[in-house]
Design a protein around this ligand. Structure first.
Ligand code: SF4
Length: 345
């Protein structure tokens, strides 16, 4: 089992729930917009959020952002140790940094001291673009090279007495990502931040992310997850929450069961399924909602759903746990169905 690391109000690793994270995609100095975006992500189920810190202007926004949100805040820093120290002093809960590229041992010491003094966690890691040369030469572009690059950064922090560490080692290839995390899982007990990096546009990214993260989570590997999608971060959070639900690792929220439709479909069930999903995305209560094309198979196939709807000629039937209890004309069915869902919430 991985060790538990405290990240603000969140506990990562051990037996704690797997957290969903994402990254704001607005410049951090645009404080109000960033806060608004994070608030939207929180409502969708984001458990912690990362922002990039590129300059002093960004640093100045961190405190206000931190005060305005209720999930832990992570600062993403490249190269400049002063930005890392500045972010820590502004109250972020975790930083992501590469101790190998901030310019030498004395700077690593300063960052490590700031981390310890403020009890701030740190994520270190690697990706296929940042494999250390010596490992690439020795092991090629392999899971060992990728994982050992990450583990070397862990050692750099441990040398300075930093132990609140989260580790990542991502590739955009699903098989390489999975084998790398399996290797890491054998070698370290720090919590693992799992994801397939630069997974692509929404559709292909969802497939790659789900395949990679899903395979790892089903093997018991992974403590926090991020979908890296070329899409708004809202999509990343929705995907993370849905994946955890699909794997039985999260009970909260609405799960939509919808049939693929066929020649028996009696109404626009696909359109309705999408609208119901959108309208219920913010609901935390565990609820299974079925939207089925026809009454022939719909209620039976969705027996374990709390509520469902299926087409039946001129009407739609609404059912609970597979038992029909209400009829509504097709034109009015959506309104009636949403009202019935609201009664359950
Ligand atoms: S529930 Fe009905 S409409 Fe949907 S796929 Fe099954 S048979 Fe076809």
């Amino acid at each position: 089992m991985t060790k538990t690391v405290k990240v603000g109000s969140l506990f990562m690793g051990g037996n704690n729930p797997i957290s969903v994270q994402s990254m704001a995609n607005i410049k951090t100095s645009k404080t109000t917009q960033v806060i608004e975006q994070i608030s939207r992500l929180e409502k969708l189920g984001c458990d912690l959020i990362r922002v990039s810190v590129k300059d002093q202007e960004d640093i100045l926004s961190l405190k206000k952002i931190k005060e305005s949100i209720s999930i832990p805040l992570v600062a993403d820093i490249h190269f400049d140790y002063r930005l890392a120290i500045g972010a820590i002093e502004q109250g972020v809960d975790k930083i992501r940094i590469n101790p190998g590229n901030i310019g030498g041992e004395d700077r690593v010491t300063m960052v490590a001291d700031a981390l310890k003094a403020n009890k701030v966690a740190c994520r270190v890691g690697s990706n296929t673009g940042s494999i250390e040369k010596k490992f690439a030469q020795k092991y090629g572009k392999s899971e060992i090279a990728l994982a050992e690059s990450a583990l070397e950064k862990v050692s750099m922090l441990e040398k300075h007495g930093v132990y609140d560490i989260v580790v990542s080692a991502k590739a955009s290839s699903v098989p390489l990502t999975v084998s790398t995390y399996k290797y890491l899982h054998e070698k370290t007990n720090y919590p693992l931040h799992v994801g397939v990096t630069e997974a692509g546009t929404l559709n292909s990214g969802l497939v790659k992310g789900s395949a990679g993260i899903g395979a790892l989570l089903l093997s018991g590997i992974g403590d926090t997850i991020r979908f890296s999608l070329a899409s708004p971060p809202e999509e990343e959070v929705k995907a993370g929450v849905k994946l955890l639900r699909a794997l039985g690792l999260k009970e909260n929220g609405v799960e939509i069961i919808a049939c693929p439709t066929c020649g028996r479909t009696e109404y626009d069930s696909i359109g309705l399924a999408n609208r119901v999903e959108q309208l219920t995305a913010h609901i935390k209560k565990p609820l299974k909602i079925a939207v089925m094309g026809c009454v022939v198979n719909g209620p039976g196939e969705a027996k374990d759903c709390d509520i469902g709807i299926a087409g039946n000629g001129e009407n739609c039937v609404i059912f609970k746990k597979g038992e029909v209890y209400l009829n509504a004309p097709i034109n009015d069915a959506e309104r009636v169905f949403l009202e019935e869902i609201n009664k359950l919430i």
